[in-house]
Design a protein around this ligand. Structure first.
Ligand SMILES: CC(=O)[C@@H](O)[C@H](O)COP(=O)(O)O
Ligand SMILES: NCC(=O)COP(=O)(O)O
Length: 243
């Protein structure tokens, strides 16, 4: 079975920096360490409220990332214009609510079809590969396909947040079914949100998934074991899941 790729999200290196308003730790440095440890790509989420990643980080990492940048942004003119200026290899369109602690759900492509389709076309015209961060829902997946986004990223948050095995199994099956449906539609299927060292393998074992984007759990482990080891440990789990 083909290897599954790992995108490391370094948002929460920036969270640590923003906590004190210092210029350290630098997410650009963390990205280099993660790439050296085997990350296949770097994900950063430039939120409208700039709670962690700053505009400066995006422009610096556009120059320093050796693998490829996956820039997560909301579907707003401001963010689209930044993406068109930076031209990362990937843009993932995500929902955002200022009051949210973290991303709470997938992008509602069905309800915002024209807006998402236009944003996707504009980014694609600039040579950017567009991914839509959506729930494992057939209507949303059909809408993503109709938007002509080549990639989707299946939101794994409900699976990660499951509080009992019954819910966990239901969510895992929902993701499995959505991943297969998306793949059968011809979409390139990524997944992410809330994945960690103890829940990642069942997701990584799904053969249709191209890449997992993982951040919070890797950065949390890095606080104890160091980032190099945290990334290598996650890569090893992904390889084991496919062997
Ligand atoms: C879209 C998604 O699930 C994450 O990539 C996102 O970055 C979460 O937001 P925070 O990083 O602010 O928690
Ligand atoms: N899109 C998911 C991502 O980039 C990382 O999410 P998390 O692992 O920080 O929850």
């Amino acid at each position: 079975m083909k290897d599954i790729l790992l995108g490391v999200n370094v948002d929460h290196i920036a969270t640590l920096r923003q906590a004190r308003g210092t210029n350290y730790p630098d997410p650009a440095h963390a990205a280099s360490v993660a790439e050296h440890a085997g990350a296949d790509g770097i994900t950063i989420h430039l939120r409208e409220d700039r709670r962690h990643i700053q505009d400066r980080d995006v422009y610096v990492m556009a120059k320093t990332i050796q693998t490829r940048m996956n820039l997560e942004i909301a579907v707003t003119d401001e963010m689209i214009n930044i993406a068109l200026d930076v031209k990362p290899e990937y843009v993932c369109l995500v929902p955002e609510k200022r009051e949210e602690l973290t991303t709470e759900g997938g992008l509602d492509v069905v309800a915002n079809f024209e807006k998402v389709k236009q944003a996707t076309a504009k980014l694609a015209e600039a040579g950017i590969k567009v991914s839509l961060f959506i729930d494992a829902d057939k209507a949303q997946l059909d809408a993503a396909k109709s938007c002509q986004a080549p990639y989707v990223e299946i939101h794994t948050g409900a699976y990660a947040d499951a509080t009992n095995d019954t819910v966990l199994d239901i969510e895992l099956e929902r993701i499995r079914s959505g991943v297969k449906y998306a793949h059968d539609l011809g979409l390139i299927v990524n997944a992410g949100h809330g994945l960690h060292y103890h829940n990642v393998k069942p997701i990584a074992a799904m053969p249709e998934i191209y890449e997992l984007n993982i951040g919070h759990a890797i950065i949390a482990r890095a606080a104890i074991d160091g980032l190099d080891k945290a990334v290598r440990d996650m890569k090893r789990l992904l390889i084991e899941a496919r062997s």
